[in-house]
Design a protein around this ligand. Structure first.
Ligand SMILES: O=C(O)CCC(=O)C(=O)O
Ligand SMILES: [Fe+2]
Length: 228
């Protein structure tokens, strides 16, 4: 894992300007392959979800169980403190009275106070025709507004990562990203502040994955808040 490849100044600027940031080469190919391989080892997971069954799209995902694999634990703990100040800036300009703690341990304590104790980190698998309908990952009344997706594979076509931004009284804008294997997309879970002449307003954002045309696509989703 190469967290030193993340230029936090650039991420901060991208988050403020567009509500997402792409960082190249954070996980090595070997780490990606290791996570994909472990997809079939049940001891790592607490729950498997068929996306068709819930009408979330087509594909399957698994929620990791605690304790998380060290690589994922480290990623969650080390990235969170960089993102919390950005989230706090957003809450301030939007006049939302929420302040996220500086450290990940403290965020988990807040989750516990809300009875949110189940890990939300997941790994997703899509084959041909697989897709993920537009959504927001809120798992309880308490949530941290940013999350990560790490792309774990490259031998597929289609399967773009899609963000939809919806500004008040406007049609939706689509943002289509094609991160490479080991790249990370950092993005807002539910909204972002947009500056206007009178202050800041909220633009709603959702994310999903377009249809995979060929091959198979795996991704690791890191959500910082836990679920009930
Ligand atoms: O497969 C993806 O890239 C998106 C997964 C997703 O929706 C998530 O991690 O929250
Ligand atoms: Fe998601």
């Amino acid at each position: 894992m190469k967290l030193e490849n993340i230029n936090w100044q650039a991420v901060t600027e991208a988050m403020h300007a567009q509500g997402y940031a792409v960082v190249k080469d954070v996980l090595t190919a070997k780490e990606c392959d290791g996570l994909v391989k472990a997809y079939n080892e049940p001891e790592y997971y607490r729950k498997t979800i068929s996306m068709e069954r819930y009408r979330f799209g087509q594909g399957e995902y698994k929620y990791f169980a605690y304790p998380l694999p060290p690589l994922i634990q480290q990623l969650r703990e080390q990235v969170y403190p960089q993102l919390a100040p950005i989230a706090n800036d957003w809450m301030r300009v939007l006049k939302i009275p929420t302040a996220y703690p500086a450290e990940f341990k403290a965020l988990q304590a807040v989750c516990r106070e809300h009875q949110q104790t189940q890990p939300t980190v997941l790994i997703l698998q899509y084959g041909r025709g697989g897709h993920n309908t537009l959504h927001q990952d809120l798992y309880g009344e308490f949530f941290f507004p940013f999350q990560l997706v790490v792309c774990l594979s490259e031998d597929y076509t289609g399967g773009e990562f899609v963000l939809i931004e919806q500004r008040p009284r406007a049609q939706s804008k689509a943002i289509v990203l094609r991160p490479g294997k080991g790249d990370v997309v950092i993005f807002t879970t539910n909204f972002r502040p947009v500056k206007s002449t009178t202050g800041y307003y909220r633009a709603n954002m959702k994310h999903g994955v377009s249809e995979v045309r060929n091959g198979s696509r795996y991704a690791l989703g890191i959500i910082f808040h836990d679920a009930k």
